[in-house]
Each structure stands twice: as structure tokens, then as C-alpha cells.
Design a binder for this molecule. Structure first.
Ligand SMILES: Cc1ncc(COP(=O)(O)O)c(C=O)c1O
Ligand SMILES: Nc1c(O)cccc1C(=O)C[C@H](N)C(=O)O
Length: 400
């Protein structure tokens, strides 16, 4: 069987509302079947009956490492190199501050203008905290590799642009960072579960990401952080919480880091949410990221073809070359907000990013070609008949 005929027989593993075509798994993944039951069981039996003994008996304390190993497989990282917890913004802060400590003579954090604002805000906040001449240098996405020089302490790049889906070449940029003596930090928010990632092969020092998008962990699901083994052994955590201590239950007054990535744990993990995520990750059992990628390209190309053939009002805002895209496709349209609201009202859920981007995520675990054709047909009707041109769609009230 070749990659184009191979199917991903996992659509049944998701709860998807009837009559909805969900093209927003790049922002919030849907509910995997079995999650509700597993969380209910955890609450009733583990929390309810076992009470505090759950930390040992039910393995709550090791859960961040256990779940980290499941995520590691999906991002090309070795077992034991990933831990879970907190939000992605916090993980960005931790990785950035640890990276700066590893290059004490340098003062520049390099990023690009396609990065998600929270990453830039975290860098700005850290810089304000540190003083001492640190700066954030933000360049155009195409200029990242060329902007590496001997002032750059760390390059902090989100691999897949949340707006356009443009994907950076992880190998080439990491190589450029290392050639300049800089630390490489990748944000994989729009990569994990979307495209094959080879963290070990890239030899980057740090990576972070969230689990509520393509990994379907649910709203507020814990983030992940990876550090290369040699870096994990020497990095100094800025957020030195007790669960990142070498012996949390020794209750020593002085901080001593836990071995390896475990020192990036901070405080008590969100066990209920982590349990939902742990269950959600079983959806990936037996799924190969190369197959997901092949199907994602097939679905994205089909959508672009149908939309360009039938919706001349829209302009492709993503790279045309699928090798340069993540697993989303964006189209620019001046009335994109209203068009997206109309689309959602007609059962096709994507989202909108100001000023004019209509975003569509392609998630082959639960989407097939018929979904994509049907979504394109509905979009065509909305544009051709100007169904979006109504006060209820034009009024901006959505926050997401
Ligand atoms: C690339 C990227 N970085 C950071 C964030 C912020 O994540 P969180 O809200 O989980 O801190 C997001 C999503 O919101 C994102 O897409
Ligand atoms: N994390 C989100 C949230 O809590 C509410 C609404 C949206 C989000 C998102 O993840 C947005 C997402 N990072 C984006 O690419 O725009």
C-alpha cells in the first residue's frame, strides 16, 4: 500500500457533532472517545476512593514523565527527554531563561514576526526582568537564518506560523543557530501531531509545545517541554518549584535540581486534565506521523484546488508548496470575519485571524476527502450567494 491509498482508520476514535465539519483542530482538537469515561473513572475511583493515596497508587506523580514519553514519540525525541505541565507560555519562559543562562556573554533573543504574540511577550517580560542589556530582535521569517550572529544567545522560532501555516526548515535553521554559537528553541504548538518532527535529529537544545491542538488534550491541557540530554543535565531552571527538586519530599530548604528534564516541572500537576490528555494520546497508537503528513497534504491540496477553482474572491495566504506548509491552509479575504461566521453557521468550523485571514486546519485523524469537498462546496455557496453579507455575521463579538 502506498501513502496515497493508505487510510487512517481512526475517525471513529473521536466524538464529532453530527452535521459539523471541523477544520479548527489546529486551535482546539475535538474530544477523543473514551476520554470522558477515563476522566470519570479517574475522578470516582482514583480521586474519589483512593484520595491522597492516588499520588502513589494511581501514578499521578509520574504522570508528567509518562505522558511526556507519549508526546516524545510524536516529536522525534527520546524517552525521558520531555515533561508535561503548566501552559505553553510558561514553558517558553522556562526554556528561554535556561537558554540565556547557557550563553551568559550574549544578549540577543532572536525571533521572527510570524511568531505567536505570547512567545514574544514572554521574551519581552523576561528581558524587562533581567535588564543588563538584553534585547529581542524580531526579523522577517525568511531572514531568520541570516540574522544569526555572535550576539544571538537564543533563537526562539515557532516552526509553523499560526496565521499562514508557513513552515520553517528545522534542520537548516538549527544548523545556522549552532554555526553562530546560539541556542535553538523551537515552539512546536502547530507542529506536534501535525507534521513529522525529528527533534533528536535536529539536535536543537530546547522545544516546547501545547497539547490542546493536534494532540486533542482538551482546553487548557498541559504543555510540554523538551531539552537535549546534555543540556537537560546542566540547565538552571528559573522557576525552581518543589516538584522540579531532586527530592521533593525531603522538604529541604535549598533548591537542588532533579536530574534531567524533570527539573522543568514546577508545582502540582493538573491530574484531571493530564488524565484527559493521557487518554487522548492513545488515539495515536499505531499511527505513523509520515502517514498523517501524506494525508494532510492530500487534504490540503484538495481544499486549495476546490477553493481556487470556485472562490475567486479568496487569495491563498499560505505557501503554495505543501513542503513549506504545516497542516493548515489560510486564505485572505477582506470580509473574512463575516464569511467565517457564516461558514460556522452552516456547519463548517474554521477560524479567523485579523486582519483578513480565514484559517482551516487539516487533521487527517478525523477528516476525509468527502469532508473537504463538502466544506469547499459550502464555502463556495456562501461566497457566491454573499450569504456572509448579513448583520449577524458582520458584527464582531467572537474572541477566538
Ligand atoms: C505558537 C504558540 N505559542 C504560544 C501559545 C500560547 O499558549 P498558551 O495559551 O497555552 O500559553 C500559542 C497558542 O495559544 C501558540 O500558538
Ligand atoms: N489557546 C487558546 C485559547 O485558550 C483560546 C482560544 C484560542 C487559543 C489558541 O490556541 C489560539 C492559537 N494559538 C492560534 O493559533 O491562534
Amino acid at each position: 500500500m502506498n501513502a496515497t491509498t493508505r487510510t487512517l482508520p481512526v475517525k471513529e476514535r473521536f466524538h464529532l457533532p453530527k452535521g459539523v465539519i471541523y477544520l479548527d483542530g489546529n486551535s482546539l482538537g475535538p474530544l477523543p472517545r473514551g476520554t470522558t469515561e477515563r476522566v470519570q473513572q479517574m475522578m470516582e475511583q482514583e480521586w474519589g476512593d483512593h484520595l491522597i493515596t492516588g499520588w502513589n497508587r494511581d501514578g499521578w506523580m509520574e504522570q508528567p514523565a509518562r505522558v511526556g514519553n507519549r508526546v516524545a514519540r510524536l516529536i522525534g525525541a527520546p524517552a525521558g527527554s520531555v515533561t508535561m505541565g503548566d501552559t505553553l507560555s510558561v514553558k517558553v519562559y522556562q526554556a528561554l531563561s535556561a537558554a540565556l543562562k547557557l550563553r551568559p556573554a550574549r544578549r540577543v533573543i532572536l525571533s521572527d514576526s510570524g511568531n505567536f504574540p505570547s512567545d514574544l511577550y514572554m521574551a519581552q517580560g523576561l528581558i524587562r526582568q533581567l535588564g543588563q542589556g538584553y534585547t529581542l530582535r524580531v526579523v522577517a521569517p525568511e531572514e531568520v537564518a541570516g540574522a544569526m550572529d555572535d550576539t544571538v544567545a537564543v533563537a526562539m522560532i515557532t516552526q509553523v506560523d499560526y496565521r499562514t501555516g508557513r513552515m520553517h526548515d528545522m534542520t537548516a535553521i538549527t544548523r545556522a543557530a549552532h554555526a553562530a554559537g546560539a541556542i535553538m528553541l523551537w515552539d512546536l504548538a502547530h507542529s506536534a501531531g501535525a507534521v513529522p518532527v525529528d527533534l533528536a535529529g535536529s539536535s536543537c537544545e530546547f522545544a516546547v509545545g501545547c497539547t490542546y491542538k493536534y494532540l486533542n488534550g482538551g482546553p487548557g491541557a498541559p504543555a510540554f517541554i523538551y531539552a537535549r540530554e546534555d543540556v537537560a543535565a546542566e540547565m538552571q531552571p528559573a522557576l525552581a518549584g518543589w516538584l522540579g527538586h531532586d527530592a521533593p519530599f525531603a522538604f529541604e530548604p535549598e533548591y537542588r535540581p532533579a536530574p534531567g528534564i524533570a527539573r522543568m516541572r514546577v508545582g502540582t500537576p493538573p491530574v484531571i486534565q493530564m488524565t484527559a490528555l493521557e487518554q487522548a494520546l492513545t488515539v495515536w497508537d499505531g499511527v505513523d506521523m509520515q502517514d498523517v503528513r501524506a494525508a494532510s497534504i492530500r487534504l490540503s491540496e484538495l481544499f486549495i484546488k476546490e477553493v481556487e477553482a470556485n472562490c475567486p474572491q479568496l487569495r491563498l495566504a499560505s505557501p503554495r508548496d505543501p513542503a513549506m506548509r504545516g497542516s493548515q491552509v489560510s486564505f485572505a479575504f477582506d470580509d473574512g470575519y463575516a464569511a467565517m461566521q457564516a461558514l460556522i453557521a452552516h456547519g463548517v468550523i474554521g477560524d479567523f485571524r485579523a486582519p483578513d485571514i480565514m484559517r482551516f486546519g487539516f487533521t487527517p485523524l478525523y477528516l476525509d476527502e468527502e469532508d473537504v469537498r463538502q466544506a469547499a462546496r459550502i464555502l463556495t455557496r456562501i461566497l457566491t450567494d454573499r450569504l456572509w453579507d448579513a448583520p449577524e455575521f458582520r458584527t464582531r463579538h467572537q474572541v477566538t
